[in-house]
Ligand binder design. Structure first.
Ligand SMILES: [Zn+2]
Ligand SMILES: [Zn+2]
Length: 304
């Protein structure tokens, strides 16, 4: 009843404005505001997914078009592609889970063409998911510099500069790995190059919570200080991985950090999957977290 009364009130105000012919600028402001209210998503809906992969990484399936079509069918306003970024390792190391530097032009050209084709139906953003590898990062930014990349997300899949370094997703109770992971993610955040942190809780620490939580708090506080949202990852949730970690998001809630929900889709069907969104909404609202619907994208620096 309360909701109906509120909505009816807005409709009355709107029709009065239209009838009385208020000056154009005021009228359009009021109409725009009304539309915004109508457009506001339901808690379990997604308007933007910033985390989408393509076949170039070698472990995702489906064409870009298939991801876009699913996004449209599920009511998204924007789909952001963020495939695993190419890394120009100085020793020529070729990573098995990312596009090669030679594939970058094709990635960008394909998405630019689709952006034009789908204009008016859905907004398409061109991003990349990258680790912060200190000694490769300058060369990485230089590699991206000629291309219109809209944003980067920080997904710290390996430590140090990847080669021969621990994978934080492997279970460990070694506090030194947890410390290294936390330090490296915070250093990555501080570059100013990233728009948000993907699966910040990917670290599979199996030791006691009293050891884990101070590191989680340090990471969350740094993100808050820098204004960087933390991602609640639907792929980890759907696959029953070690993340999303409830205790991590309890810290995020306690610290008042920004949270964004993203699909991390490696399959077109996984974009904005309704069942996963419902599950995420239930858990986050239990913790008192109200995720953002959109984030502020930071321009990708051309150099360090
Ligand atoms: Zn992946
Ligand atoms: Zn990803």
């Amino acid at each position: 009843m309360q909701r109906c009364a509120t909505l009816c009130g807005r409709q009355t105000a709107l029709s009065m404005v239209e009838k009385n012919g208020f000056p154009g600028i005021i009228r359009s402001e009021i109409v725009g505001r009304y539309r915004q209210i109508r457009k506001r998503k339901k808690e379990t809906e997604m308007l933007v997914n910033y985390h989408t992969h393509t076949e170039r990484c070698g472990h995702a399936r489906g064409s870009e078009r298939a991801y876009i079509e699913t996004a449209i069918a599920r009511g998204l306003e924007t789909i952001g592609f963020s495939d695993h970024a190419p890394m120009p390792f100085p020793d020529g190391h070729v990573s098995g889970y990312r596009m090669t530097p030679e594939e970058l032009p094709g990635y960008v050209e394909t998405l630019l063409a689709l952006r034009e084709e789908y204009r008016g139906r859905i907004e398409i953003l061109i991003g990349l998911e990258a680790e912060y590898y200190p000694h490769v990062f300058g060369a990485f930014l230089a590699l991206l510099a000629p291309y219109p990349i809209d944003y980067l997300i920080l997904g710290q899949h390996f430590l140090r500069d990847e080669t021969g370094a621990p994978y934080p997703g492997h279970p460990t109770s070694d506090e030194s790995v947890l410390r290294e992971y936390t330090d490296q993610v915070i250093a990555g955040m501080r570059t100013g190059a990233f728009s948000y942190v993907a699966h910040p809780d990917v670290m599979n620490f199996t030791g006691a919570d009293e050891t884990y939580l101070p590191y989680a708090r340090r990471l969350v506080r740094a993100a808050k200080e820098l204004g960087l949202p933390l991602e609640y990852n639907l792929l980890g949730q759907a696959d029953g991985r070690q993340y999303p970690r409830k205790s991590f998001f309890a810290v995020a809630a306690a610290e008042g950090a920004d949270v964004i929900v993203a699909s991390d889709a490696h399959d077109p069907e996984r974009v904005a999957e309704p069942g996963e969104l419902r599950k995420a909404t239930a858990l986050l609202s239990e913790l008192g977290v109200h995720p953002l619907t959109r984030i502020r994208l930071r321009p990708v620096p051309k150099h360090l």
